[in-house]
Ligand binder design. Structure first.
Ligand SMILES: C[S@@+](CC[C@H](N)C(=O)[O-])C[C@H]1O[C@@H](n2cnc3c(N)ncnc32)[C@H](O)[C@@H]1O
Length: 204
């Protein structure tokens, strides 16, 4: 929401489209209260939307990138929500220490737009961050059984790999197998609009 006279906040059309469908999944899988850590918050549209939608949860957005952190911080400042914290500078490869476990971790559209090691690092740290039973929710496109689930995802994957050979749409089986090694068990896979999935893993 813009406040009079301030420059407009940068927005992602995809985040605008997917924020409510993701919120519908979160409404079922998140605990009623506690701290939710969002990895790779980007513009902060999700953090703001979810903080408004779930006032009994506290939202902690984060970003690794100083350039993205400034507009994210500005969005959070303008939102002025009591349950939306100032963003953390957080790269999954070298995250800051958290003072306590968290009630949930969410990560939207990151693991395919980063090398596989970013997904591995996320799973490694999620094991430490999450309280027993707490969910890690991933959102994005995934291959299933080694195959793309739609031609548009195959085309998107090719675009990503052309931009960086280490990027690419992940196979859900690979993610789930590695997650299991970090005490995270697959709880639910929800088909989402535009050939995406919400993937719910729970800390054992
Ligand atoms: C496509 S954007 C998605 C942003 C936002 N979640 C959304 O859906 O609009 C990918 C995000 O992944 C973040 N990212 C990339 N590598 C990362 C890392 N190693 N640790 C944390 N975030 C990372 C980028 O800074 C960027 O914000």
């Amino acid at each position: 929401m813009s406040s009079g006279g301030s420059p407009p906040l940068s927005t992602s059309p995809a985040a605008e489209r997917n924020k409510q469908p993701i919120a519908d999944v979160l409404a079922r899988v998140l605990p009623p209260a506690g701290l939710v850590l969002e990895i790779a918050s980007g513009t902060g549209q999700h953090a703001e939307h979810f903080a408004r939608a779930f006032p009994s949860l506290t939202w902690q957005p984060s970003e690794p990138d100083a350039e993205a952190l400034a507009p994210l911080t500005e969005r959070v400042r303008r939102a002025a929500l009591p349950n939306l914290r100032a963003p953390l500078e957080l790269d999954v490869h070298e995250p800051p220490l958290l003072r306590s476990t968290v009630a949930a971790v969410i990560c939207i559209n990151m693991i395919h737009i980063a090398p596989w090691w970013a997904c591995a690092a996320l799973l490694l740290h999620a094991e430490r961050w999450l309280a027993p039973g707490a969910p890690l929710v991933l959102y994005g496109p995934f291959k299933r059984g080694g195959k793309h689930t739609a031609p548009s995802n195959a085309a998107f994957d090719a675009q990503l790999r052309a931009r960086d050979p280490e990027w690419g749409v992940r196979d859900l089986d690979d993610v789930v197998a590695l997650a299991r090694r970090h005490s995270l068990e697959l709880a639910e896979v929800v088909a989402m609009p535009a050939n995406n999935f919400s993937v719910v893993l729970r800390r054992q």
